[in-house]
Design a protein around this ligand. Sequence first.
Ligand code: AMP
Ligand code: MG
Length: 326
Amino acid sequence: MPDGPLDPREHLTSPTTRTVLRIQAALLAAARRYLTEAGFVELLPPIIGPVTDPGIRGSKQIDVDFYGHRYKLMTSAILYKQTSLLAFDKIFYIAPNVRLEPPDAFSTQRHLVEFHQIDVEVAEAGRADVMRLLEGLLRHQIAAVESEHGDELAALGRSTGAFKQLQEQPFDQMTHAAAVTALQGLGHEQSPQAEIDWRGEEVLSTAAGVPFFVTDYPKGSRGFYDRESRSEPGLLRNFDLIAPEGFGELCSGSEREFEHRRLVSRIRETGENPAKYGWYLEAARHGIPSSAGFGIGVERLTRYVAGLDGVWQASAYPKFPGMVSA
Ligand code: AMP
Ligand code: MG
């Protein structure tokens, strides 16, 4: 990580930044192509609203004065993704997110304060459907970058063959409980009730050769909108996709809670007042589709594909946790 704020001119004119941003543009173009051809409609996401995703463990939301009302900058588009399915069955956004990450996230190499997600949601879909969609999407994006920007990957020192296994093998899968056991076996203290912590995620990621899914996180470790299993209460029908080589989490996804009654009780369980989620719960009261979806971190994916030391190198204007910057 840099010692202080970056000089925008130096950063933007550096050959590395230019190469990385071209690779990122190719990843985005490939995602748009793949999803559009699969029948998805791209919508433009709102960037402020009366509420946003509360499931942002450890980071804070930013308030905006909206004609005297306290609005929020979007920490994720989840509430809008679900309701967008009233218009179309398959939607995606390329959505900006702002999260005031804790200053100690500065050194993880994986956290920015402002980042983007390729946010996908599919009506009437189950978890396995969107996991398969995610695999296909990532393979397509990476194949496009390899064929169109092979020289640039080589210039960054990304070895040819880095994605051979990813293109040829199914992604591995383990439950959160199995990940906790594996980590504890390696001497890493990981709570069975919490998300895999940054260090634990890196340990698992470093040991892997292909991206792998971690499924079935415990309730309480994620937002109220991740659907709880009916057959195994306490477990969520969700997943993360973790990149190999130590790059860590690329994507989180889930089946969603969508029934008004269940949403209200899940919100209450987190200690929040459902009245805060007025417009969203009103939509759910009149009926929103059941769905599943995921969000891929654009800068995280770029970092993995380009083999970068830090996620900040995949942003034109990186904002670092705890550092005042342009
Ligand atoms: P989450 O809702 O926390 O699962 O975030 C969705 C995806 O966005 C993650 O899988 C990451 O790829 C990415 N992401 C989350 N937080 C950050 C951050 N602070 N900086 C960069 N990317 C992030
Ligand atoms: Mg996540």
